[in-house]
Design a protein around this ligand. Structure first.
Ligand code: GLC
Length: 431
């Protein structure tokens, strides 16, 4: 064995998420929500108004959906047929970064490059048709302040995006400019929403009892329907959806790896919760802990590597061993591979348990002093969908925190909700 047991146990314990810890996180999350409802500035979460409630499910028509906020940009043409039915009639998508070729999200990129790229994809999605009128719903997955459904001003980049000149700007203005430059005047943006809001709209279009939407992917964030807020400029039913921006939730104690990761990130002090749980950062936390154990300067595991290591259940852990060897530059003995795999699992499990605690904070808040009603928390994102150990640990933590009431609450995958939700928002805005 190349590292001491004592050292290993110490590092492992940094990532423990005990029942007491997650209960405290859930309670603090609920409290921060309550504080934010009275005064968003006093909460660690931004609690942003979306100016949209739930759809009725009767929305119809063909819309363009621009989904921008992760590593890939997608533009879809979606025909809504009502009663939860829809058809995707065109799908275009490209990454924002191709290593060695281009990078539209780094410090050296420009607004023109970024929005020009979006306009080009939109042009492709409309097959170069510059005549027919298209209404566009835009999923823009960053903290943005809104006064109505169609104007969203980027407050701050998250997820390590760094393109200068976008923070503080109304994103649809930038988009309209870029469209104009390409000679596209027939695409009319009518709604901008966060991806969590898109997931909630999409899930609620298809089924009842959904009030919470969440993304558990590169980034992490959640929104919910707040029944007490109504605004004449809003659309939809049931109140208003609040985009919590809970990636910024801060009322929990980070471990020393979390602290170090935050300090060397693009925006230290911001998005502390997201940096503990989301796919963009999980690999970094794991890399830091493994590097420390092995006395290496640096290793470079991604969340996908973590998934590969942890899914190897074979006795000799050949696959896990291979992935680790590739990253640390040498083959480790089986006992060490097994320990690294255990550490990997602990980081994933902590993430799933913390995310669940935040969901429970919302469930408690919505229930008030009453009974917890039957409900589904709609979730989209690669970590939720694909990372081993996540779903089972969400379920376990739900039971721990909710006891018998856990029978009324589950999480459901809303795959591709970011695109569909944008089309639904557009329909709500123009109908
Ligand atoms: C980041 C963004 C947030 C988004 C989430 C998931 O947390 O700030 O707006 O919803 O990532 O993409």
């Amino acid at each position: 064995m190349s590292f001491e047991e004592g050292k290993f146990q110490e590092v492992l314990s940094e990532f423990a998420a005990t029942p007491e810890f997650i209960r405290e996180v859930a309670a603090n999350f609920r409290q921060d929500l309550q504080i934010g409802l009275r005064d968003p500035k006093s909460s660690s979460m931004r609690m942003l108004k979306s100016y949209v409630g739930l759809p009725t499910g009767k929305e119809t028509g063909e819309y363009l959906a621009l989904d921008f906020g992760g590593t890939n940009v997608r533009v879809l043409r979606i025909k809504l047929e009502g009663e939860g039915r829809y058809e995707i009639t065109k799908r275009v998508g490209e990454p924002l970064v191709v290593p060695g070729e281009y990078d539209y999200i780094c410090k050296n990129s420009t607004v023109d490059q970024m929005f020009g790229f979006l306009a080009r994809l939109i042009d492709e999605a409309i097959d170069g048709d510059h005549e027919t009128k298209f209404y566009l719903g835009h999923t823009f997955s960053f903290p943005s302040s809104q006064d109505d459904l169609n104007n969203a001003k980027l407050i701050i980049w998250t997820k390590e995006f760094a393109t200068p000149g976008v923070e503080g700007k109304v994103v649809n203005d930038l988009l309209l400019d870029a469209l104009k430059k390409r000679g596209i005047e027939n695409v009319v943006p009518v709604a901008v929403i966060n991806d969590t809001v898109a997931v909630l709209l999409s899930a609620a279009y298809k089924q009842s009892d959904v009030y919470t939407g969440s993304i558990y992917a590169t980034g992490h964030n959640t929104c919910y329907l707040e029944g007490s807020i109504h605004d004449p400029k809003g659309f939809g039913v049931g109140g208003m959806i609040l985009n919590l921006e809970c990636g910024n939730f801060m009322k929990l104690t980070p471990n020393r790896f979390d602290v170090e990761l935050d300090q060397k990130s693009e925006k230290p002090g911001e998005q502390r919760f997201e940096k503990m749980v989301s796919g963009r950062y999980m690999g970094e936390l794991f890399s830091m802990a493994v590097a420390e154990l092995l006395g290496e300067k640096k290793c470079d595991f991604s969340a996908i590597d973590m998934s590969g290591i942890v899914s190897d259940e074979s006795p000799q852990l050949d696959k896990a061993s291979e992935i680790i060897a590739e990253k640390v530059g040498r083959k480790l003995e089986l006992a060490d591979v097994a320990r690294i795999r255990e550490l990997d699992a602990a980081i994933i499990i902590r993430s799933a348990r913390l995310v669940t605690a935040s969901y429970v904070g919302i469930v408690w808040q919505r229930a008030g002093n009453g009974k917890i009603q039957k409900q589904h928390v709609a979730v989209d994102g690669s970590v939720y969908e694909k990372m081993p150990l996540v779903k089972e640990n969400i379920n376990r933590a739900l039971s721990e925190l909710l006891g018998e009431d856990a029978a009324n609450v589950d999480t459901i995958l809303d795959n591709g909700g970011s695109g569909l939700g944008a089309a639904i928002a557009a329909a709500m805005a123009v109908e």
